[in-house]
Ligand binder design. Sequence first.
Ligand SMILES: Cc1cc2nc3c(=O)[nH]c(=O)nc-3n(C[C@H](O)[C@H](O)[C@H](O)COP(=O)(O)O)c2cc1C
Length: 184
Amino acid sequence: MTVSIENTIKSRRTIHQFKHTEIPPLELLERAIDSCIWAPNHHLTQPWRFHLIGPQTAELICLLNAELVQSKKGEKAAEIKLRRWREIPGWLLMSRERVDDNLRDQEDYAACCCAAQNLSLLLWEQSIGMKWTTGEITRNGRFFDIVGLNFATESVVGLFWYGYPADIPQATRIAASKHIKSLP
Ligand SMILES: Cc1cc2nc3c(=O)[nH]c(=O)nc-3n(C[C@H](O)[C@H](O)[C@H](O)COP(=O)(O)O)c2cc1C
């Protein structure tokens, strides 16, 4: 591992607060997508599908989310969420087709996760932060309709927010040594 990869991996953080006014150029996102797909994937199934979400689709997602929040937590909470979600600068979705073979399905998800982490690191190297979300909305049938996915045959790997970080949170990890078992 080179020092630069190590630094990128360790310094990358999930970004929750973005600068609202600056939207990363689409070319940077597209270049990162081009590279992230060099992730390992068993049988070369290349299961990742990317959906570049434009402002009209993002607005529909924001409204659906507000509706879901309202039904659970009320009007005020929904308003706050709507305001927050509308400020997200960039939206990207990764989906995949589900397959009946359990092992292949699991391996396809694993491959997508490798690509998602690649994407996150590639963006981070361009000073772009990302948040990978798998909130309730990503399993909602109406969300699938909005983004044009088939609920019966496809699934969402992640809804990714991206943009320039307004804040970079601290994070910790339990030392890897605690999770390493040496075998003879
Ligand atoms: C599969 C997956 C799903 C995630 N979903 C969410 C989510 O729904 N909401 C959220 O705030 N963070 C989500 N995260 C981000 C994690 O919370 C985050 O990676 C963790 O807190 C560690 O922080 P770090 O990424 O800055 O190291 C998700 C991460 C992964 C890998």
